[in-house]
Ligand binder design. Sequence first.
Ligand code: ADP
Length: 267
Amino acid sequence: MEKQLNNQQVADQEQALVKYENVKKQFGDNEVLKGLNLAIQPGEKVALIGPSGSGKTTIIRMLMTLEKPTSGVITIGGEPLWHKKVGEKLVPADEKHLRRLRTDIGMVFQHFNLFPHMTILRNVTEAPIHVLGLSKEEATERAVDMLNKVGLGDKLDAYPEQLSGGQKQRVAIARAVVMRPKVMLFDEVTSALDPELVGEVLQVIKDLAEETDMAMILVTHEMDFARDVADRVVFLHNGQIEEQGKPSEILENPKSERLQSFLSRFL
Ligand code: ADP
């Protein structure tokens, strides 16, 4: 009989998909991240919670290559993001290296940034055609499948301005996921929505989280959502991880006073 490994042993054996090693980030005099160490396993769903200004968005913007760390190393699939290995040496990465690694990463922002002059279908097929080099037929097949999954199969020919905020955000999710990234980043994707539209977007993400083996990093202020979706919740305070663990541990049995005080605001 095969020997059963416990979760920790399995995690140790797997190579992390995303790894931040002693990552610091400074904006002028403001040290936003103070030596972050965080490893995310393939398929793992991680919720980042913490007060405004604690560095959550900066963590995911650096992975999306929208911000560069001041020091430290971020790797994806074992490859350094901002540097390139030449033999044993690390040299600064060029645009080609970044472009290649970026195809493993998908991101959805607060604001949907859809192309206003394109139909919903074209919004979703553009990148598979132009970045992945799929044929129009293949891209359309994938896009229709994704748009069906997010409940917008009947809106293929509509334009963004004809959709509600929640529908637009679901298109933005489909547009990122259609690229089949290894990790999806969600940055407070419901915070710009009217309250009655929040549920439908969170539901789409929950369904995706259950169905796919993509890793996810979710910055959120929705604690119930974090509890439902995440394998691990990471609480940030002042650019450092203050506490992390299973949702039940972090959200129901917080240890640090800071986390207790943070969570009390949601009661
Ligand atoms: P959070 O997502 O937890 O609210 P952020 O990562 O957005 O935190 O921001 C952390 C800190 O970094 C804040 O003090 C913010 O003002 C600062 N910051 C973020 N981006 C920039 C930037 N481009 N220039 C200067 N300061 C920034």
